[in-house]
Design a protein. Structure first.
Length: 271
């Protein structure tokens, strides 16, 4: 059973400027609730017990959000507002399960993952990218089920338009397991349309093996000079580590772009 998850949160969020000039994008409200809480709720519902947040000094606001105990206590003492009491209990529950590590230089998702090395206890762990919200279906939970059956690494996946392949990690299909799960033969970070092996994109949910840390510690910078998790996954695949692409059932919302962020509020308010 996978009990630990990691969430990279050190990104600058430039696609959401000007909001991110003073605000952490993961705290921006989506239908009245910070985006990060949707991600945490997905983890809790999937049975995760500990979450490692990778933040930076610039994003200490995220840690502060979970550490406002004296403020809550003062308000609760004064007003006894049941809504505030409920919210405080929820924040306390999150706080208990979160650990913080720091990535002060934006060197890429692979580098962020490497920062969590000393905290990961089991053979496999879950990673969620907070820009990617998946609603109506718990994608992490479905991936855990597949992991339990196959004991392998998993990546969430969906078909994207050929025109947008250079925005994603794109993989080459291997053997079919069933209608929604395939083995992955190759994965390439943000390929050009001519180099893309398919239009199948990796979406921000991964079940990764602990062995990825040794790959990451040797990983050279790739696209855009960053250390990509995708490149470390490709190295593992080449050494015969099994990776399954899982076509998830929920609806994908890209909260990292302004249009996607606005749309996510509209979509979630409909549920
Ligand atoms: C990251 C990954 C990419 C993946 C994408 C999903 O890219 O590097 O492989 O397809 O998340 O959202 P980023 O969004 O950080 O550019």
């Amino acid at each position: 059973m996978i009990k630990q998850a990691i969430i990279p949160l050190a990104g600058l969020g430039t696609r959401l400027l000007p909001l991110t000039s003073v605000f952490a994008k993961e705290l921006l409200p989506i239908n009245g609730k910070p985006g990060i809480e949707y991600i945490l709720d997905e983890c809790i519902d999937a049975g995760i017990e500990e979450v490692v947040f990778i933040i930076s000094k610039k994003k200490l606001m995220i840690k502060n959000y979970f550490y406002k105990d004296s403020f809550y206590k003062k308000i609760i003492k004064k007003k006894k507002d049941p809504r505030v009491i409920k919210e405080y209990k929820k924040i306390l529950k999150y706080k208990k399960m979160i650990k913080f590590v720091y990535q002060n230089k934006p060197l890429g998702t692979g580098d962020a993952v490497l920062k969590t090395k000393k905290y990961i206890k089991d053979k496999f762990f879950l990673m969620l990218l907070p820009d990617d919200l998946i609603i109506k279906h718990n994608c992490s939970k479905s991936m855990m089920r597949i992991h339990n059956r196959h004991k392998s690494s998993i990546m969430a996946s969906m078909n994207v338009s050929r025109k947008t392949v250079s925005r994603w990690g794109i993989y080459k299909l291997g053997k079919k397991i069933n209608k929604t799960n395939y083995f992955v033969n190759d994965v390439i970070e943000k390929p050009s349309a001519s180099k893309a092996p398919s239009n199948k994109a990796v979406i921000g949910r991964y079940i990764l093996p602990k062995t990825i840390f040794s790959k990451l510690s040797k990983q050279k910078p790739g696209k855009g000079g960053e250390i990509h998790i995708t490149d470390a996954i490709q190295s593992l695949i080449k050494e015969n580590e099994k990776f399954i692409a899982h076509n998830f059932a929920g609806k994908y919302l890209d909260c990292g772009s302004m249009q996607g962020y606005i749309n996510s509020t509209v979509e979630i308010s409909k549920i």
